[in-house]
Design a binder for this molecule. Structure first.
Ligand code: GLN
Length: 469
């Protein structure tokens, strides 16, 4: 059989999204550090961070709706990108004006220092970043699907390749922006990190804008991502939005909602990376390699690096299984993703079983967890995008992408709550279960994602039936 390549448009979307994710993750990596260097206490900074990471994934609902109804994907991507560049620029300005305000060693913020303008600029920056992501993220993902015939078997691989771009950006962004990390003595140094994020965002949009007409076409060679053709009634007034949904379309939408519900459990456990797993890396993991102590934050780039390394392997596995007609369905892949997540936590739970508070364990455990989680992520996340693209009615494709990302928004908010169960010497309870050790804590996620995996796998035949055309 002749090996079919992918359309060139995929690589344009790959590069555009790679630069945007560079900007997003680069800024995110230094954001809390910036806040605690001069502006807020750790608790307040974590709270703002939680709201930010939650809200960036909520606005895709709005961005998806506007694209489907008025703007089309292309215009939404450009508008979203420009809004985000403005957001990063305001972050840059904020850091230009910041004044050192922390008294060491107590770590108190000096109330006499006026950083009000800095905070206002920062909040403005966050506002535009949240809004911009809403226009950018669902639409770039929808466009990947639009390059192919609705039922093209290459879609899962296409989204996996695209996902690799996301994670090249997610690996490089923190590394580059991290160079410009400031501290309480020199908080203004962070401005260069934000400027880097701003420049990459602009580059992303420039590349997209210049090359869109050349490469963004569907399998028939027709331009994709343009505004919908206006529906007008006989008087030339806008007609009622769209034809009512058919029964099949409603069923497809129901599948997206059901799977999105399960996916909440995935990201809520996965996103512990930024919170509880970082505490674990900091306090309970021996980070020495040949005498060098690895910074705690480096662990956070492990999943992104593993995605880049493992994405081609996973694509190959799906394609090979597909050739023999043995490829699991997209919903089954979501269940497999959840199962890997559970397995990753089981691995680390085993590693910390006998560990007393204050003792440090080998890096193997956290590294192994991230490796296993990445297998799960690759099984779930790009395939989830592909699933949404396959099942969405064409005129609602971007809105449905927004709904898909809404589960990430909910998860990010939930992740922070679950992280408060991290053992601190006291006994905590969750649904009547006592959590007093690291082992108990990790078992919460083993059970949570394990149950979700089993339930989803059990209803997969029904979902498969509902997904049929
Ligand atoms: N890490 C991926 C990205 O940034 C997936 C995000 C998500 O859906 N939670 O695009």
């Amino acid at each position: 059989m002749k090996k079919q390549g992918h359309p060139k448009g995929l690589y344009l979307l790959f590069v555009t999204e790679m630069a945007e994710r560079f900007s997003y993750y680069g800024m995110r990596a230094v954001f809390t550090l910036y806040m605690i260097a001069a502006l807020f206490t750790k608790d307040a900074a974590s709270e703002i961070y939680g709201y930010y990471t939650g809200l960036v994934y909520l606005t895709p609902l709005l961005g998806g709706y506007i694209a489907d109804r008025y703007w089309g994907n292309r215009r939404s991507i450009v508008a979203g990108g420009l809004l985000m560049a403005l957001g990063q620029f305001l972050m840059f300005l904020s850091a230009c004006f910041v004044q050192p305000a922390i008294h060491e060693p107590e770590g108190m913020i000096d109330p006499a220092i006026d950083n009000q303008l800095t905070v206002i600029l920062m909040m403005g920056g966050l506002f535009f970043l949240i809004l911009g992501n809403g226009f950018f993220k669902p639409n770039i993902s929808t466009m990947v699907g639009s390059l192919y015939k609705p039922d093209d078997r290459r879609k899962d691989t296409a989204f996996t390749i695209f996902y690799m771009g996301i994670n090249i950006g997610a690996t490089l962004g923190p590394l580059v922006c991290g160079i410009f990390e400031g501290d309480y003595l020199n908080p203004t140094r962070f401005k260069w990190a934000f400027l880097c994020a701003c420049i990459m965002m602009l580059l992303s949009i420039i590349v997209f804008y210049l090359l869109q007409n050349k490469y963004l076409v569907d399998f028939k060679g027709e331009a994709i991502g343009l505004p919908p053709t206006p529906n007008t009634d006989p008087d030339g007034m806008p007609a009622k939005p769209q034809e009512p949904l058919t029964r099949k379309e409603k069923q497809h939408i129901a599948v997206i909602f059901i799977v999105a519900l399960f996916v909440i459990f995935f990201w809520a456990a996965y996103e512990q990376a930024g919170v509880s797993l970082t505490y674990f890396a900091d306090q309970q993991t021996d980070r020495h390699i040949f005498g060098w102590e690895m910074p705690t934050s480096y662990f956070q780039s492990f999943p992104a690096i593993f995605v880049v390394l493992l994405a081609p392997v996973m694509s190959f596995i799906w394609e090979t299984l597909g050739r023999f007609g043995k490829e699991p369905s997209s919903t089954m892949k979501q269940a497999i993703g959840l199962a890997f997540l559970s397995l990753g936590y089981l691995f680390i739970a085993y590693g910390v079983k006998e560990v007393e508070p204050g003792m440090k364990v080998s890096m193997i455990w956290l590294t192994g967890l991230y490796f296993i989680h990445t297998l799960g992520e690759l099984s779930l996340s790009p395939i989830g995008l592909s699933l949404v693209s396959k099942l969405s009615p064409k005129h609602l494709a971007s809105l449905m992408m927004g709904i898909w990302f809404m589960s990430t928004a909910i998860s990010n908010m939930l992740a922070g709550r679950l992280a408060t169960l991290y053992p601190d010497g006291t006994t905590k309870t969750l649904l009547g279960f006592e959590i007093s050790s690291l082992y108990d804590f990790f078992m919460v996620f083993v059970i949570m994602s394990g149950i979700a995996a089993i339930c989803l796998a059990a209803i997969t035949p029904i979902l498969k039936q509902m997904s049929k055309d």
